[in-house]
Design a protein around this ligand. Structure first.
Ligand code: OXD
Ligand code: MN
Length: 601
């Protein structure tokens, strides 16, 4: 007989939900069930329980109030894309960019791992809303998990509690999210999505990107599938507001692959040289945007999340002072170095390395340590993370809880490339912009398993996150463009161009506002540009460089368009577009041909 924690008032009269919980309980066999009500008391109790079980460490509460520490297994530190599947009846519905499994096989294989895996444990039931509770653009999920770490993260990343159940009512639609840690064995790890059943099953992992099921799994993979059916967009995008002294705020959204600076861009501090212009930055989203066409024919967006799950190494008061303030309290640190004084440290942060600490693998650590091959041993894993409430960010938008969201003026694609794409260019029109997004490539980072640095094709930064055939996804983008009364202008940026010595040509970080400024001026038709085969590129004099000096010739290099090298890149465009066969929208081939002609190929 299952013991309940007695929070019966949270038990809902949603027969479908209750039936689903019953059947998951029968499979996983937890000893106890506990509804998560979003209260501070419950959070405190669970924190204490997790601390006494060794699942988390409570950090020094004077120096880091409300902060916790957690380590994942050493082979469980990034999203495992090769173990992530979209399970649809027909292979063609998932397309060439996804791993496919039939729903029968998915339920069977994961079911074997889930079977009895929660014996002796508690199953927590987390009712959560992606987006402000009650907004017509929000979606409800219920996550069942046997990990308190997951519960504590979900309390930050989503809106959790009784209000969600109230809003769901007796028959509301919700995403069924099941997570089990099982024995955290990489060979028994599966992250499965069943879009046709609005269901996610994740087993054998404890890494945030695999287990906080409201995030990548619901808000991108499942949501992109639902969005296509319902006529809106679920995108791997930041949302940033730029306010001028007149009070006008313009919002842009931007899709860059994981660990390419989305979080830094969304909370930037204007550079000193631009200070007198009086800009103010508003952070709406650092990772995900749900966008739709509103009754005014414009594109509007909300951030479905309530927290930030950001990369820690490299975060410091210079690169991102607002992030440093954001993570000073009520934050969960995962896989950083643990200092002996009960605080945390990471590479390229503010502090010098401590003389001693316990590293992310739980081993004693000292600065300068190296492995047998002479490679430095990091104190913090390069993909170590913080989970913090977005509302703690000094630049958090006052519109975060507004059900309606914000209106988007520009969409920016981008990537990390040492060469080729200039600092910024503007597409000729929406369809060309879709082509730019569909063919974008970026160097791999530590956020995914695989070889860091290798150039990877990552259309709209969605390759790991699109829950259906990407040919249909491109078609959906084209369709949205047709339906919009006024289309946001589409741009591409690359902060990461290097010179012959491998040094970055552009300082990045806060200086990026200079480029956003040009983007907004273009949207308003206030500034000219140079027409090139890839799109419109700024005239160097149109970028406000007050207070920033670049080495001689650097700006020219940053804005250079190398037709010969683009012709080489075009071969890769052809290769990637061919993957979709007949299903690829004809317009994209048409764009390819026009591009080839413009390049003189
Ligand atoms: C993330 C990612 O964690 O994209 O946001 O990997
Ligand atoms: Mn992301």
């Amino acid at each position: 007989m299952i013991e309940d924690n007695g929070e019966l008032e949270l038990k809902c009269d949603h027969a479908g939900l209750n039936r689903w919980i019953d059947s998951m309980v029968r499979m996983c066999k937890p000893d106890k069930l506990e509804w998560i009500d979003g209260s501070e008391e419950q959070k405190q109790r669970l924190t204490r329980e997790a601390a006494s079980a060794g699942e988390i460490i409570i950090l020094d509460q004077k120096k880091l109030p409300g902060c916790l520490y957690h380590r994942t297994a050493v082979d469980d530190v990034a999203r495992t894309e090769e173990l992530t599947f979209i399970c649809t009846a027909r292979l063609g519905d998932t397309g060439p960019t996804n791993n496919w499994m039939s729903p029968d096989e998915g339920y069977r294989r994961a079911g074997e791992i889930f079977k009895g895996s929660m014996k002796g444990r508690t199953m927590y039931i987390i009712p959560f809303s992606m987006g402000p509770i009650g907004s017509p653009f929000s979606k409800i999920g219920i996550e069942l998990t046997d990990s308190i770490y997951v519960v504590l993260n979900m309390l930050i990343m989503t809106r959790v509690g009784k209000q969600v159940i109230d809003h769901l009512g007796p028959d509301g639609e919700f995403t069924r999210c099941l997570h089990g840690t099982a024995d955290r064995n990489i060979h028994k790890r599966l992250i499965l999505h069943f879009p046709q059943d609005n269901t996610i099953w994740s087993v054998g992992s404890g890494y945030g990107g695999n287990v906080l099921l409201g995030k990548k799994c619901l808000s991108l993979r499942i949501a992109s599938f639902v969005a296509q059916k319902e006529g809106w967009m679920a995108e791997h995008m930041l949302i940033l507001g730029i306010e001028e002294p007149s009070g006008r705020i313009s919002y842009v959204s931007g899709a860059f692959p994981s660990a390419c600076g989305k979080t830094n861009l969304t909370m930037l501090v204007p550079p000193d040289g631009l200070k007198e212009k009086g800009y103010r930055i508003w952070t709406v989203s650092d990772d995900i945007a749900w966008m739709r066409i509103d009754t005014d024919g414009m594109l509007w967006a909300i951030n479905p999340e309530a927290g930030i799950f950001g990369v820690v190494p490299g975060t410091n008061s210079k690169t991102n002072p607002n992030a440093m303030i954001t993570i000073g309290k009520n934050t969960i640190y995962t896989n950083t170095l643990l200092k002996l004084d009960g605080t945390v440290w990471w590479e390229d942060g503010d502090e010098l390395p401590p003389s001693d600490g316990i590293d992310w693998k739980c081993m004693p650590w000292k600065p300068g340590m190296a492995d047998d091959k002479g490679k430095p041993i990091y104190g913090a894993h390069p993909n170590s993370r913080f989970t913090a409430p977005i509302a703690q960010c000094p630049t958090a938008s006052f519109r975060l809880d507004q059900p309606h969201g914000v209106q988007i003026s520009a969409i920016i694609f981008g990537g990390r490339r040492a060469y080729l794409p200039p600092l910024v260019f503007q597409s000729f029109n929406w369809t060309h912009g879709v082509y730019v997004g569909a063919t974008m490539r970026s160097e791999r980072t530590a956020a995914q398993q695989g070889k860091v640095g290798e150039i990877r094709w990552d259309p709209m930064a969605m390759i790991p996150f699109c829950g259906y055939n990407m040919a249909d996804y491109f078609d959906h983008w084209l369709d949205i463009g047709r339906r919009l009364e006024q289309q946001p202008t589409i741009f591409h940026i690359n902060w990461f161009r290097q010179d012959e010595n491998g040094d970055y040509l552009w300082p990045g970080f806060r200086e990026n506002l200079r480029i956003i400024e040009w983007i907004l001026a273009r949207c308003r038709g206030e500034v000219g540009a140079v027409e090139t085969p890839i799109g419109y590129v700024p005239k160097p004099e149109d970028i406000d460089m007050t207070g920033l000096e670049l080495p001689e010739g650097a700006m020219e290099k940053l804005l250079e368009v190398d037709n010969k090298a683009w012709l080489e890149e075009l071969k890769v465009h052809k290769e990637v577009l061919e993957k979709f066969g007949q299903r690829l929208p004809e317009e994209l081939w048409h764009q390819y041909e026009k591009f080839r002609e413009r390049l003189g190929g």
